[in-house]
Design a protein around this ligand. Structure first.
Ligand code: UFG
Length: 327
C-alpha cells in the first residue's frame, strides 16, 4: 500500500471524525486539519496528528504538505447550515469556496494527485424530478449550494489542466452516529432535524419546531433522503479506491434513494425514544426545497458502494445512543 498520508480537512467534525476512524480501520495513515470552530479534539482518534488551523491559510497548509507526503485530500472542512448561508452568504463563499481554492492551489503546487470533495444535494436546488440524477440540472436555491457548486466547477477545470483526479460526493441528509459509539455529532446549537429531534427526546431542548407543512408533498412537510454517516464514510473509502485505480474524475450522489417527510422522521424518533416531545408547527424556513431524494445508481455501480445501514430506525437509534453519551 502507498504509505503517503490521507489529509482529512475538518477531521475533528461530525463526518470527518467518522472518516478518520474508517481510514484507520482500512490501514490508511490519516492526518487531520481542523480549526476546531465546530469540531472537537476529543473525537480525533489517538495517534492521528491534528493540525489546528484554517484550510484557507496557504502558509499553514503548505507547511503541513511539505512535511508530509499526501496521496489524497478528503475535504470536509466547511460551513453547512442552509439557513445561515442565506443570512451570511459571504461567510459561506469565503469558508467553502475561497478556502477550497487555496487548498487546491497548495495541493496542485505539490503534485497531490487526488481529492474527495464533500459536495451536497443542495447543488440541485428544487430538482425537476426525484430521485435526482447527477446529470440533472444544478440550480441551487441558497448560497450554501452555490458555494459548493462553484468548488465542483473549480475541480473540473483543475482536473483538465493538471495531473489530478477527484470525486465530488453529493451528500443528501447525513445523520446517525458510529454504531460502536466512538463518535457522533457533537456540534453545539445544531440545526439538523434528527439531531434536534433526539435532543428534544432527551429533554435537552423544549420540543421541536417544524418549518412548514404547506409544501407540495404527501403530508405537507419537506422530504429528505437520510443517509447513515458510517455508510457515507464508506463511500469515501470507495471513492479513494476508485481514484487510485486511475479512473476518471466522478460526481456521485450519496443517499439511499428513499425519502422521509419531517413528520415521518419525528414519528420514528418518538417511537424509538419512547418520548412524546412537544412539536410546534411554524412557517417555512428560508432556502428549503420541498423534496430531495438521491438516485444512487452511479455510486452503487461505479464506486461499488454497498450501504449497510439503510434503515431510518437504526440511524435514529445510533443518534440517540450518541446523544445520551454526550450527557
Ligand atoms: N427541520 C425542521 N425543524 C428543525 C430542523 C429541520 O422542520 O428543527 C426541517 C427543515 O426545514 C428541512 C428538514 O427538516 O425541511 C431537514 O432539515 P435539516 O436542517 O436537517 O437539513 P437540510 O435539508 O436543510 O440540509 C442538509 C444539510 C445540507 C445538505 C442538505 C441536502 O445540512 O448540507 O441536507 O439535502 F445540502
Amino acid at each position: 500500500m502507498d504509505q503517503r498520508h490521507i489529509l482529512v480537512t475538518g477531521g475533528a467534525g461530525y463526518i470527518g471524525s467518522h472518516m478518520t476512524l474508517a481510514l484507520l480501520e482500512a490501514g490508511e495513515r490519516p492526518l487531520v486539519i481542523d480549526n476546531l470552530s465546530t469540531g472537537s479534539r476529543a473525537v480525533v482518534p489517538a495517534g492521528v496528528p491534528l493540525f489546528e488551523g484554517n484550510v484557507g491559510d496557504a502558509e499553514f497548509v503548505g507547511r503541513i504538505m511539505d512535511a508530509h507526503p499526501i496521496e489524497a485530500i478528503i475535504h470536509f472542512a466547511a460551513s453547512i447550515v442552509v439557513p445561515e448561508s442565506v443570512t451570511k452568504p459571504l461567510a459561506y463563499y469565503g469558508n467553502n469556496t475561497a478556502n477550497a481554492r487555496t487548498l487546491l492551489d497548495c495541493a496542485i503546487k505539490r503534485g497531490v494527485p487526488h481529492m474527495v470533495f464533500s459536495s451536497t444535494a443542495a447543488v440541485y436546488g428544487e430538482p425537476e424530478r426525484t430521485p435526482v440524477e447527477e446529470d440533472d440540472p444544478t440550480k441551487p436555491i441558497n448560497p450554501y449550494g452555490r458555494s459548493k457548486l462553484m468548488v465542483e466547477w473549480m475541480l473540473a477545470d483543475v482536473a483538465q489542466a493538471h495531473p489530478f483526479s477527484y470525486a465530488a460526493l453529493r451528500y443528501f441528509n447525513v445523520a446517525g452516529a458510529d454504531p460502536q459509539g466512538r463518535t457522533g455529532q457533537s456540534t453545539p446549537n445544531a440545526t439538523h432535524l434528527i439531531k434536534v429531534a433526539v435532543e428534544a427526546a432527551l429533554g435537552k431542548r423544549p420540543g421541536l419546531d417544524i418549518y412548514g407543512t404547506d409544501y407540495p408533498t404527501t403530508d405537507g412537510s419537506c422530504i429528505r433522503d437520510y443517509v447513515h454517516v458510517s455508510d457515507l464514510a464508506q463511500a469515501h473509502l470507495d471513492a479513494l479506491r476508485y481514484l487510485r485505480d486511475g479512473k476518471p474524475s466522478i460526481t456521485c450522489n450519496i443517499g439511499y434513494a428513499n425519502g422521509y417527510s419531517v413528520l415521518e422522521v419525528i414519528e420514528v424518533v418518538k417511537r424509538v425514544s419512547g418520548v412524546d416531545f412537544e412539536v410546534r408547527i411554524k412557517g417555512r424556513r428560508a432556502g428549503d426545497p420541498a423534496a430531495l431524494i438521491a438516485s444512487n445508481q452511479r455510486a452503487l455501480s461505479a464506486l461499488n458502494w454497498t450501504p449497510h445501514h439503510d434503515d431510518l430506525e437504526q440511524i435514529v437509534r445510533d443518534a440517540l445512543a450518541w446523544e445520551r453519551r454526550l450527557g
